[in-house]
Design a protein around this ligand. Structure first.
Ligand code: ATR
Length: 270
């Protein structure tokens, strides 16, 4: 990497951010396309977010990804934002020009990754596990595709709130609709560790199910689904696709997915 006075700076803002894989593949994109640019992690304490975020613009940083827990606060600080982020009320991509432009590419990344498992989404019954920030982008994408959406969340009130905004149906427990669901999507952090208590009895999965987990490792949910003959995938492709879309917004260029996959081969958890 050759840094110079002209090198453009991009990055990711979050807390924590040390585990992020975005710097790995975004820098691989810059290198592959011979761009004089670098992508760095910015770990920002929640108390300092506003100061840090506005400081990025003052410093001439060209663009950042925003991750947990700042997506909603970043949205509020943008001068303009795209239509999906207005509905989701969160941004994961910011471009600094003379103004602060906010975008949401999580929903695009999710949809592109899900389509690798199932092309025809219209009319499909989808059980979404979780009602946090990621669930909002997922439910937005599914509702655009004309899916029928069930939402389960540990905190019931949060599920109600999300369902109200997208005309989805809240369920008290996943088992209530499992047989009826075509697609099951985990947006919670359950599965980050193999020791996490499961969200439901995964042995109930059947080969007609399509399972998508936003966590980018092979979670017990994904492993059991595959054992049962279902189609299943973790969240790595969603991560890459949302990042490719961010890259396109910043540079106007298409980054090849193979470059991201190669760059991540040493990092991805099994
Ligand atoms: P993100 O932006 O990654 O979605 P979030 O907004 O904090 O993060 O949402 C986390 C989601 O994981 C929520 O749906 C949360 O459920 P609650 O609303 O009840 O907090 C869910 N979650 C986290 N830990 C969980 C656990 N141990 N069991 C069940 N759900 C859990």
């Amino acid at each position: 990497m050759n840094l110079s006075g002209k090198t453009e700076v991009y990055g990711i803002v979050g807390f924590p951010v040390k585990h992020s894989l975005s710097p790995v593949f975004q820098n691989a994109f810059f290198e592959y396309l011979s761009l004089d640019a670098v992508y760095v992690p910015f770990e920002v304490k929640p108390d300092s977010f506003k100061e840090a975020f506005l400081g990025l613009k003052a410093l001439g940083v060209k663009g950042v990804n925003i991750t947990v827990p700042f997506k909603e606060r970043a949205f509020e600080l943008c001068d303009l934002s795209d239509e999906p982020s207005k509905v989701i009320r969160a941004v994961n991509t910011v471009k600094f020009t003379d103004r602060i432009e906010g975008y949401n590419t999580d929903w695009i990344g999710f949809l592109r990754a899900l389509r690798e498992l199932e092309k025809e989404l219209e009319g499909k019954k989808v059980l979404v596990l979780g009602a946090g920030g990621t669930a909002k982008a997922v439910v937005y994408a599914l509702s655009r595709e004309g899916c029928y959406i069930y939402i389960f969340n540990r905190t019931y009130e949060r599920a109600i709130e999300l369902a109200r905004n997208f005309s989805a149906q809240v369920v008290k427990k996943p088992e209530d609709v499992l047989d009826d669901a075509d697609i099951i999507i985990n947006t919670t952090s359950v599965g980050l560790s193999d020791d996490d208590p499961p969200l439901f009895d995964y042995q109930m999965l059947r080969d007609h199910h399509i399972v998508f987990d936003v966590i980018y490792r092979s979670t017990p949910l994904v492993k059991t689904a595959l054992k049962k003959g279902a189609k299943a995938q973790n969240g790595l492709s969603m991560l890459i696709y949302q990042g490719m879309e961010s890259f396109r917004i910043w540079t106007g260029l298409e980054a090849p997915v193979s470059v991201a996959i190669n760059s991540l081969s040493d990092y991805v958890l099994s």
